[in-house]
Structures are given as C-alpha cells and as structure tokens.
Design a binder for this molecule. Structure first.
Ligand SMILES: Cc1ncc(COP(=O)(O)O)c(C=O)c1O
Length: 380
C-alpha cells in the first residue's frame, strides 16, 4: 500500500472524487441517469435504493467538498444553496429560535423571516459584528446562523468566539461559507456543526448550474440531514452535480486569479474620488481587515463599492458597464455587477447605492478600464 500523503488544496481540488484507477476506467465519474437501483435488499452498502435517497453522481462531489472542509463524512448535495439553508433551518424544532444576522444573503434572511411570520420558528436578528450582542442573543436559542464574510457588506464576524460561545450554550452553529469557499476558511475545523455552500457560485464557477451543499463532521447530524433530504426531496440532478465537480477542478486557480484582481481593483476604486466607499476585507483600511487576516487565508473575489451620486448614479453606472455583466449572482468566471437594493427584499442595512462586484478571471486592466469608463459615462 502506498503511504498516505497530504495534498495542497490546488492538488486536492483536482484529484478528489475521481473513480478508482483500474485499467480502462474513465478518469471522470460517470453521470448516473437513473431514478432507481437494482437490489432486493432494502439497504445496500451505498444506500442506493432510489435516486431521491442517494445517487452515484452526487457522491464524488459530496466526498470532495467534505474533504476540502476537513470532514471525512460525505457532504450532502441539494437542489440549490437555499435548499441547503432550508435543510439546516429544518433542524430547528417547531417554535425554536434562530439567531441570524440582519444583513446577509437576502434569500436566507427572507426565508427565516417567512418562517417566523408563520410562527414556525422565532427569530432574533443580530449584527454579527457586534460579538457581545450576538452572544447575548444566544440564550435559549437553538441555532446560530453566520455568514462571514457576509453578502454583500463583506463584514467579517469573530467566528472562533461566536462558535465557542454558541457551543457552550448548546446551540447548533451553521456557517454559510459561500464567499470564502473551503480554500480560504474551514469553519468545521474551529467547531461549527455545519457548513453550507451555494455551490452555484465559486464551486461550480461558470454561472451554469444551481446547486447547494451542506457539510458536517458529525455522522449523526449527517444522517438526520440525509433522512430529511430523502423525504423532502430537495435533491440536485445528476448532471448538475457533475458540472459542479467539473467546476471544482479549477476552483483554486480561478479563485487565486479573481482574488488578486479583486485586491487590485479594490485599491484602485479606493483611490478614486467618485467612489465614496469600498468594502473589501483585503484593504488595510477596511474595518474588518485585521479580523479577516486572522481568520481567512485569502480575502475573496467580491468587492462592494458605493458610487457618489446615490442610487440613480449607481443604476447608470451598472447600465454603462460593458465588460462586467449587469446580473445578480457571483463566483463565476465572468465579472458581474449589481446594485443590491434593486431587490425589494434586500436588508435595509445595505446602502441604496451599493454595487456588488463579483470579480471574474478577465484581464484586470480591462476590468478597470470598464469601471472607469462607466464612472465617466454615468456622471450625468
Ligand atoms: C451567501 C449565499 N448563500 C446562499 C445563497 C443561495 O444559493 P442558491 O442561489 O444556490 O440557492 C446565495 C445566493 O446568492 C448566497 O449568495
């Protein structure tokens, strides 16, 4: 037997989730287009009974993402990131309490508010940057939900302190790690119970698939999530899972490049007087920089800017972009820009003129040229 050795993440994203190396085998896992599996025993070794319970096409992705997050327990793939969020909320007993940030992905906050409005759960909305207030809100609660860095304010919560405090009080802790990816932050390693991804974003990386993932190190928790996924049915299609794994192969390269461009563009935006504020944890002037340096191994590929001239100017700016695509979402190879408050559901704490830039892998000078020409043509 060959000696086990550890891989760098650049190697891991390429080599995880491959089929066994036997002569004549395909290098990539197959796409299993089937709704059911042959077998008279109800529980087969892989639990492959019916393709709503388990599917050979999800497993390589589930194992690969789990390994990147530091778990030996396979992750669970879902039909979307929000289906994964919903699956975690579903762990809270009826009438139980979720502590959630006031400003994070609007779908997550919106779902939590809708559940609270239907009296299914109770909600305590907190500013997660205020560590003391967040801890104070934990008493008697069931689940702490953290998104860090957050969408779109790029706020960095004190994860180690919050996770420790939540565990001491018996709360389940879930971290949405979509922005950092497991390549920049691994919350399970510091005690989070479950990590959730919108794999639609950086993991898939090409804006061509919607998929979610939940990862835990705890086999019992995995079992609970698996049982509910089987019953509730929020499963991904085999092709979507295959696409996500194919995207994962280049995630390290893509993120390195996008992140380097994000840093350069954030610095250039900061020096431009027509941009009143730049939010990017990689800027030494950013209020979250020191914490980000401690917690993250990279600052990510999302930059939020506020242009002078209010929301009308912000809209004109986005319309004037020629290379950045005016579109929601993030984490793809192509750069996207969006004024987030165009969504009525966007939390009030997000400034009306804030534009979220998702930096892709284009040439950084071309992206900068696009920003400067859009600033110029949006002046009046
Ligand atoms: C941080 C974050 N979490 C979760 C989601 C939801 O993911 P999906 O769109 O894949 O359902 C999103 C989507 O934008 C997101 O940005």
């Amino acid at each position: 037997m060959s000696k086990p050795f550890s891989h760098s993440q650049h190697t891991a994203v390429v080599s995880l989730g491959r089929p066994p190396r036997v002569d004549g085998a395909a290098v990539n896992p197959p796409i299993a287009m089937t709704s059911t599996f042959v077998g008279s025993d109800y529980v087969t070794p892989e639990n492959r009974v019916y393709a709503r319970f388990s599917n050979a096409s999800w497993e390589p992705l589930e194992k690969a993402v789990a390994a990147l997050e530091g778990s030996e327990v396979p992750a669970l793939a879902y039909a979307s990131g929000l289906a994964a969020v919903s699956a975690v909320f579903d762990l809270v007993p009826g009438g139980g309490t979720i502590v959630i940030p006031t400003a994070s992905y609007n779908g997550t906050v919106g779902l939590a508010r809708a559940l609270a409005a239907e009296s299914k759960i109770q909600l305590r909305e907190v500013d997660p940057i205020d560590t003391e207030a967040t801890i104070a809100a934990m008493d008697g609660a069931d689940l702490l939900w953290i998104e860090s860095p957050s969408n779109p304010l790029l706020e960095v919560a004190d994860l180690p302190t919050l996770i420790k405090a939540a565990r001491q009080r018996g709360l389940l802790v879930a971290v949405d790690n979509t922005f950092s990816t497991p390549l920049r932050q691994q919350p399970l390693r510091i005690g989070a119970d479950v990590v959730v991804h919108s794999a639609t974003k950086f993991i898939s990386g090409h804006s061509d698939v919607i998929l979610g993932i939940a990862v835990t190190k705890d086999p019992e928790l995995r079992q609970k999530l698996h049982a509910r996924r089987s019953l509730r049915g929020g499963i991904p299609g085999p092709f979507e899972a295959w696409l996500a794994l194919r995207g994962l192969r280049t995630m390290a390269l893509r993120l390195d490049r996008s992140e380097a461009s994000a840093q350069a563009l954030a610095e250039r935006c900061e020096a431009n007087p027509e941009i009143s504020r730049v939010r990017y944890p990689g800027l030494p002037t950013d209020p979250h920089h020191e914490r980000a340096k401690e917690q993250l191994s990279g600052f990510g590929a999302i930059v939020s800017i506020e242009v002078e001239g209010g929301e009308e100017r912000a809209d004109r700016f986005v319309e004037a972009l020629r290379l950045f695509v005016s579109a929601t979402s993030l984490g793809g190879v192509e750069s996207l820009a969006e004024r987030r408050r165009r969504h009525p559901s966007e939390p009030d704490r997000v400034p009306t003129n804030l534009i979220r830039l998702s930096i892709g892998i284009e040439d950084v000078d071309d992206l900068w040229q696009d920003i400067t020409q859009a600033l110029e043509s949006s002046r009046t």
